[in-house]
Design a protein around this ligand. Sequence first.
Ligand code: ADP
Ligand code: MG
Length: 225
Amino acid sequence: EEEALIQSEKLSVVGQMAAGIAHEIRNPLTSLIGFSKFLKTRINSYHDYFDIMLVELDRINAIVQEFMALAKPQANQFRRHDLIKTIQSVLTLLETQAIMNNVQLSASYDAEAAELLCEENQLKQVFVNVLKNAIEAMPQGGTVAIRLTSAGSRDIAVSIEDQGVGIPEEQLPLLGGPFFTTKDGGTGLGLMICYRIIEGHRGKIDIASAHGKGTTVTISLPKNE
Ligand code: ADP
Ligand code: MG
């Protein structure tokens, strides 16, 4: 009981810090972008270097904005969104973490767009949590395959398949329960949050796993057309 309380406090402090740091980075970043653009117009050489700086600064800006959006608590606002764009922005956010862990994120989509009514920031959080688990399950690296299928179905399905350690069968019923974790320093809250958010979207989550071989998490969401 007490342990649970400590863990949830730790999570909220970390969340607040992430949002705070993102916020603090934004102002100096805006001035760096502005002055780089200005200098590029005033200096007649080194334009290639300025261009590289601006592309990289834009990347930092995108990541900071993603973090601020994730941490921002807000009332449920369901809007139409393209789930492919949502997944792509989450993949951008996790790219660095994947590279550092020798993991390749490989996405495929069976359509040009996959629109649905949703709370986009919540769905981003779901994909971040599931993808992080996939990366963490592969300490030696490997591939995570993300597949979106929506053609000819009432649901949009997103499956996330890793080649990681897998989950022992007896632990499958425990997944999504609060504070169930097998990791040092894990919170055991990630999947619980995923289940809650997907329930709120009238979807479902299926987890299939072969111990030692890998895990596939499939998220189905109604298209509400
Ligand atoms: P945490 O990641 O903090 O441990 P989660 O709720 O995200 O909490 O996950 C709970 C547990 O489920 C993990 O500790 C792990 O044992 C198991 N798990 C989840 N996803 C995977 C996966 N892709 N491969 C192996 N085990 C997983
Ligand atoms: Mg997790």
